[in-house]
Design a protein around this ligand. Structure first.
Ligand code: SAM
Length: 258
């Protein structure tokens, strides 16, 4: 008997296999990169706020450096549930909160607000991107910095080749397949995840889900033109994971704003 496929909202069912999907991502190097940027542009920072933290991996690596107090937030209650489970395992003091970054409600102010791994690309309109900047401004201390990255159309064209039809199987737990496509005209990158929850004994699927994530892909020039409309100035725009300036061919760009 074949199982009916249930549609799940973005970052709900996938939360339980997110760390499996991200096995190949070098989060430790990524967190070192964020730390280097902080040291470069706002040394002596202590209070950090992470937006769209997912299951918290970057925050855990930054906490290991023993110099930051970290609040980490994400709109998905399921991603935060996994982050809190990981935090309990390592006695982490990170404060994890479910929060939409378009409605930041926090009493505290921060030296640094950061957001990694294309999370900006989940915003599909200029208005939302401007709103994000004005929300972040509210919780930054004077002179505080806002760090975020986004991916470019060139990255989407390249990524399709290796992300499409990715499959993984965690015996007795989950099996998933990812299909990726890129609509270059509308600059929409879609990842469709087919997720099967497996019976622990028989390793046969018991539930089947389809989860679709859509990202809007922006050029460097587009993001720069939007930042001009905010109260932020660009301290630097970096290329990839380098401390070198971004350029028109950059695949991922990390903005550092003040
Ligand atoms: C590609 S994941 C990145 C997660 C994490 N930063 C990482 O590096 O693994 C994108 C994350 O953005 C979150 N997200 C999307 N829209 C959001 C919003 N409006 N407010 C807060 N989080 C959001 C999703 O729930 C998801 O966890």
């Amino acid at each position: 008997m074949s199982l009916a496929t249930q549609k799940s909202s973005p970052y709900t069912v996938i939360a339980d296999i997110y760390d499996l999907v991200m096995t190949d991502v070098d989060y430790e190097t990524w967190s070192d990169y964020i730390d280097e940027i902080i040291l470069q542009h706002k040394p002596k920072s202590v209070e950090l706020l992470e937006l769209a933290c997912g299951t918290g991996t970057i925050a855990f690596y930054l906490e290991e450096l023993d110099c930051y107090n970290i609040t980490a937030t994400d709109a998905s209650a399921d991603m935060i549930r996994i982050a809190k489970r990981k935090a309990a395992r390592v006695n982490s003091e990170i404060k994890f909160i479910t929060m939409n970054f378009l409605e930041i409600k926090l009493d505290k102010k921060f030296d640094v607000v950061y957001m990694v791994f294309d999370s900006l690309n989940y915003l599909h309109s200029n208005e939302e991107i401007l709103k994000l900047h004005s929300e972040v401004k509210k919780v930054l201390k004077p002179g505080g910095i806002f760090i975020y990255d986004f991916t470019t159309p060139r990255n989407s064209r390249k990524a399709i080749k290796y992300l499409n039809e990715e499959r993984r199987h965690l015996k007795g737990k989950f099996r998933y397949e990812r299909k990726s496509s890129y609509d270059a005209v509308n600059q929409i990158h879609t990842n469709k995840f087919h997720i099967e929850v497996m019976d622990p004994e028989s390793d046969e699927p018991t539930q089947v889900f389809e989860e679709e994530h859509q990202q809007k892909i922006y050029t460097f020039d587009h993001i720069k033109s939007l930042i001009k409309k905010t109260d932020f100035t660009i301290l630097q725009a970096y290329d990839g994971f380098e401390l070198k300036p971004a350029h028109k061919k950059s695949l991922r760009i990390t903005m550092v704003l003040q």
